[in-house]
Every structure is written in structure tokens, then in C-alpha cells.
Design a protein around this ligand. Structure first.
Ligand SMILES: Cc1cc2nc3c(=O)[nH]c(=O)nc-3n(C[C@H](O)[C@H](O)[C@H](O)COP(=O)(O)OP(=O)(O)OC[C@H]3O[C@@H](n4cnc5c(N)ncnc54)[C@H](O)[C@@H]3O)c2cc1C
Ligand SMILES: NC(=O)c1ccc[n+]([C@@H]2O[C@H](COP(=O)([O-])OP(=O)(O)OC[C@H]3O[C@@H](n4cnc5c(N)ncnc54)[C@H](O)[C@@H]3O)[C@@H](O)[C@H]2O)c1
Length: 492
């Protein structure tokens, strides 16, 4: 695939003048998961949706985020799996060109015509252009040719404009033409020397990808440990495995300057005088909701630190009524694809409940409330070992002043060891409410740990105590016996 700059982000189909309708039941601004799932549910409820998109239809996930990054991670994981069982002869390592071609097929070569038939259900209309709320239930759409249309919603407008990377203000960085995740997920070249700034989910997954593909990677973090949203035990296990892959670590580090030299190479200066020489620098220092120029100021909506203020049904309270919603990354509650899908369900339930003009009661864990955002957001970071977590970590429980008990156990079970000779042990953790014994959080760090998570998510959402979980018998010999390890470590 050609480099990022040659991808056509503004195809000519679905122009404003191609629309035959100008009034819809629900208008979605942004075509990622909230619109994709939401429009299909709107159609199922007998209403007509339209999806407005300024770039490729489908949002970031299929072209620049989850899908290409996981497609690039999977071959390295499969290779390690194959190496860890007897009877499979491995003659070669990864073929980078073939790995990139495999990724290209997942993104449809960044041609959204491939994905459009699977987006928004059977009856959604699409229009390309920048969408902006210009009045009560009114959205103006203008494309890059200056063509425009004003749409009206009978029921609701859903803002789902996603998020954008945060670029730190470091001297020389902007002029050095840094990569953001878009360049990293769409490249077909392995940089000889890649510096990654920021060691959250993006930084650690990208370090894994490019080190697996044979690049020299330096990972710089301002924090003491990788993956600071989890407890340090998780980050330490990922750090050790990245070091084993040859990644150079710079922790508690500060970049003071970046310079792109005449020969195209980079110099990255650190606070205490050392300089890293690189061919590219990837910025993975977090994301913020994309709220600029979408009409919020005109509606008098005070955006708090770039978060749109929403209630538990994800509705923005306005004097003109309850017709404006914010779903997915843009509301800043939990920036992941699966939460964006969850938001879509809640929002459309709320739109249907308010359709008759009724004022529905919103109750915790009811169908009109995104309650899981508060208690049970799952996340899997697809490094090796995988880090799968849900609910509270120890650090988060301490910060929230909770009275809790921490239970930890090895991840090793016969099931795990049967999957891989010499299965490298990981770490499992439960955070349990000290009084009620209810599960508040869980973290699993280990190879193939991703699918262990959902049982803990269900337990947290269901308010299960670990005394009751002691009766949930995991099958032998599966990796789920890590639950037995935890139950026994908890004294049951
Ligand atoms: C490298 C990377 C890997 C990731 N991996 C995972 C993962 O494995 N699992 C996971 O759950 N999450 C992952 N995420 C996070 C995930 O990508 C986001 O949470 C998800 O894409 C959010 O969906 P969204 O629809 O809210 O926003 P987006 O996907 O950003 O979609 C918003 C859309 O709105 C459009 N838009 C913006 N403004 C306007 C406007 N004014 N008018 C019209 N259109 C507009 C944008 O062009 C975009 O297409 C990853 C993120 C990154 C960066
Ligand atoms: N597998 C997944 O679910 C997955 C994968 C990738 C991204 N995502 C989501 O995408 C979003 C963005 O991910 P991300 O990793 O960019 O953000 P993040 O906020 O998770 O991590 C950014 C890291 O950069 C560090 N940092 C900030 N400024 C820095 C600086 N100047 N120098 C060095 N380090 C600095 C922060 O301390 C933090 O650890 C997150 O919401 C994440 O959950 C999810």
C-alpha cells in the first residue's frame, strides 16, 4: 500500500447533492461504531437514519486503529505460538511484506466502498462532508469542494466525532514530521530505528509490532512503568518481554527536543543529555475528544476539558429539549471500540424512549443508562503477554478511597501449559470490596489471556461476590482454571 499521504480520504461518492432526503429521524455525525451500530438499531425501530462522515466511512477503528494494529500483531503472536509447541517446523521468521499485505486486506486497501455495505444496517443513508450542528435538530454538511446541505432531524442528532491524538509541545517536534498512529498502522515499511513516545496501549502494541518485524525500537515514557493505567505488575511483565524482543526502554524520561536532519534522520534529545538517533518518531501520548467546529459553542454547551457534558443516557441537556447525544470517544468516558458500541445501544434506547415526548426515568443498570462506563470498562492490550483488565485496579481503588482486598495468583494452569511448552507465567489479580466481598476489578496478564476477561466483567456487572464465584467451576484443562487459582488464593 502507498504511504499514508497518498490515501484518498475524501472520495467523491455520497456528496451532499446526491442526497434525495433532507429530513431524517436520526442524524449521526461521524461514522464510527456509534453510528454503525446505532443506525442499524434506528432502522430496526422503524426510523430512518443518515450518517455524516468527513473522511472514510467506518471511523478510525477499521482503517487506522484496532483492526490494522491487531492484523499487524497477530502474525508475531501466531509465530510465537507455533514455536512453543512440539512438531511444527519453523524455518523462517515473519515476512514483513506479507504481514503488511495481510493488514491491507483487512482495511480494504483504505477504500471504504468495501466496508460501506456492512455499515449502519440495511437502510442508512450516507453523506460525505464536515458536519456541524447549526440549530435545534439541524446539521449542516459541507464537503471539501464547498458543496453543502442542511439536514433536519425529527428525533435526534448524535455526535460521534471520535478523538484526535494529543501532540506534546516539544521544541522541534511539529517540524520533524512525526508519525501519529495513522502512519504506524498504514505503513508498509519497517522503520530501521523507531522511537515511540508514550507507553500506553498504542505505544506498547506498536513497539511489539515493529520489534517483531525486525525494527530497532526505543520506547520512551514519562512514567516509571509501562501501561500506567494498570497496576505496575502488569507493565513490568510487558516491559520484560519487550526488552527480550530488543526494545530499548527509557522510563521516567522527558524529551526536550526533536530535530529532523538534512539526511532525513532524527535526533531525539532527552532531559539528561542523551540523544537517540532514529528514522521515525511515533507519538502515542494519548487522545482527546474531537469537539472543535461541530457547533457546540453556538448551542451554549460548555465543553469541560474537551469533554461534552452528558447525562447517563449520553444526552446533552439543552433548554430546547433532549435531542442531542454524544457517543463513543467524543464523550471522553471510555475511549474504546467496544464502549462505543455499548454507547450506541444506550443512545438509541433513549431516543426511542423519548420519541413520544415522554420523560423516561433513567436508572442505574437500566437500558437507558451507560452504567458500565463507571464500574466495568474492559480493555485488552494485545501485547505479549496480553494485558486484560476490567473495573478497578489497585491504584484506582486506592485513589477512590475504597476499602478493598487484593487477591493475586499465578496465571499458570495445566490448561495454559498444554497450550505452550514452558508457558511463561503471568499474573492474575482481583480487587474485592472489603465489606460485601463483591468483585470490583480484575486483571489478567499472560499469553492468551484476552478471553479470560469476560467472566470477570460479567461478575462485576452482576454484583457477584467471590464466595459465590467459588461455585463457578472452570473446566479442566483450560486456561479458565486461573479462576480456581484466584478462588484458592482468596481462601475459598
Ligand atoms: C492505534 C489504535 C489502536 C486501537 N486499538 C483498539 C482496540 O484494539 N480495541 C478497542 O476497543 N479500541 C482500540 N482503539 C480505540 C478505538 O479506535 C476508538 O475507541 C474507536 O475508534 C472510537 O470510535 P468512535 O466512533 O467514537 O470514533 P472514531 O473511530 O474516531 O470515528 C469518528 C469519525 O467521525 C468523523 N468525524 C469527525 N468529525 C466529524 C465531523 N465534524 N463531521 C463528519 N465526520 C466527522 C471522523 O472522520 C471519524 O471517521 C485503538 C485506537 C488506536 C489509535
Ligand atoms: N487494545 C486497545 O484497547 C487499545 C489499543 C490502542 C489504543 N487504545 C485506546 O486509544 C487511546 C489512546 O491510546 P494511547 O496509548 O495513545 O494513550 P494513553 O493515554 O493510554 O497512553 C499515553 C501514555 O503517554 C504518556 N505520555 C504523555 N505525554 C508524554 C510525553 N510527553 N512523553 C512521554 N510519555 C508521555 C502518558 O503518561 C501515557 O502513559 C486510549 O484511550 C486507549 O485505550 C486502545
Amino acid at each position: 500500500m502507498p504511504p499514508y499521504n497518498s490515501i484518498n480520504l475524501h472520495p467523491s461518492s455520497f456528496g451532499p447533492s446526491d442526497l434525495s432526503l433532507h429530513t431524517y429521524d436520526v442524524i449521526f455525525i461521524g461514522s464510527g461504531w456509534p453510528a454503525n451500530v446505532g443506525a442499524a438499531r434506528v432502522t430496526q425501530a422503524g426510523m430512518k437514519p443518515v450518517i455524516v462522515e468527513s473522511e472514510l466511512i467506518g471511523g478510525d477503528c477499521p482503517y487506522w486503529a484496532c483492526i490494522p494494529s491487531k492484523a499487524l500483531l497477530r502474525p508475531g503472536e501466531a509465530l510465537q505460538d507455533a514455536k512453543s509447541v512440539p512438531g511444527i517446523a519453523i524455518t523462517n521468521g515473519l515476512d514483513a511484506d506479507a504481514v503488511f499485505r495481510g493488514r491491507d486486506s483487512w482495511t480494504g486497501d483504505w477504500d471504504d466502498q468495501v466496508l460501506i455495505p456492512s455499515i449502519g444496517g440495511d437502510d442508512a443513508d450516507f453523506v460525505r462532508g464536515h458536519g456541524k450542528v447549526v440549530g435545534v435538530k439541524k446539521v449542516r454538511v459541507e464537503n471539501t469542494n464547498g458543496e453543502s446541505v442542511t439536514l433536519e432531524a425529527r428525533q435526534a442528532v448524535v455526535i460521534c466525532t471520535g478523538s484526535e491524538p494529543v501532540i506534546p509541545n516539544i521544541p522541534g517536534l511539529a517540524d520533524a514530521n512525526p508519525w501519529i498512529p495513522r502512519q504506524a498502522t498504514s505503513t508498509s515499511q519497517v522503520p530501521k530505528n523507531l522511537v515511540i513516545l508514550g507507553a500506553g496501549a498504542v505505544g506498547c502494541e506498536m513497539a511489539t509490532i515493529f520489534a517483531n518485524l525486525g525494527g530497532k525500537v526505543s520506547l520512551i515514557s514519562s512514567t516509571k512503568e509501562l501501561l500506567p493505567r494498570t497496576d505496575p505488575e502488569a507493565g513490568a511483565l510487558v516491559r520484560q518481554s519487550l526488552v527480550d524482543l530488543g526494545v530499548e526502554m527509557y522510563l521516567s524520561a522527558e524529551v526536550t527536543g526533536v530535530q529532523r536532519k538534512r539526511d532525513g534522520t532524527l535526533e531525539v534529545q532527552l532531559k539528561h543529555g542523551s540523544v537517540i538517533h532514529a528514522t521515525e518518531i511515533l507519538i502515542s501520548t494519548g487522545r482527546r475528544p474531537r469537539v472543535k467546529d461541530i457547533g457546540l459553542e453556538q448551542l451554549g454547551i460548555a465543553v469541560n476539558g474537551s469533554r461534552i457534558p452528558v447525562d447517563e443516557s449520553l444526552c446533552v441537556g439543552l433548554e430546547s429539549g433532549e435531542w442531542l447525544y454524544a457517543a463513543g470517544d467524543v464523550n471522553g468516558r471510555a475511549m474504546m471500540s467496544h464502549t462505543a458500541k455499548y454507547h450506541a445501544r444506550v443512545v438509541v434506547n433513549a431516543i426511542i424512549a423519548r420519541k413520544t415526548g415522554a420523560k423516561p426515568t433513567i436508572t442505574e443498570w437500566g437500558s437507558l443508562s451507560a452504567t458500565a462506563d463507571k464500574y466495568a470498562v474492559p480493555q485488552v492490550v494485545f501485547t505479549r503477554p496480553t494485558v486484560a483488565s476490567v473495573g478497578l485496579t489497585r491504584q484506582a481503588a486506592e485513589a477512590a478511597g475504597r476499602s478493598f482486598r487484593e487477591v493475586t495468583a499465578p496465571l499458570k494452569t495445566e490448561g495454559a501449559e498444554l497450550r505452550a511448552i514452558g508457558y511463561k507465567d503471568g499474573w492474575a489479580q482481583w480487587i474485592v470490596d472489603a465489606e460485601s466481598g463483591q468483585l470490583l476489578g480484575a486483571t489478567f496478564v499472560g499469553d492468551d489471556a484476552a478471553d479470560l476477561l469476560h467472566a470477570s466483567t460479567v461478575a462485576i456487572v452482576g454484583g457477584l461476590t467471590i464466595a459465590r464465584l467459588a461455585h463457578a467451576i472452570p473446566s479442566f484443562p483450560t486456561m479458565s482454571e486461573v479462576y480456581l487459582n484466584l478462588i484458592e488464593a482468596a481462601g475459598f
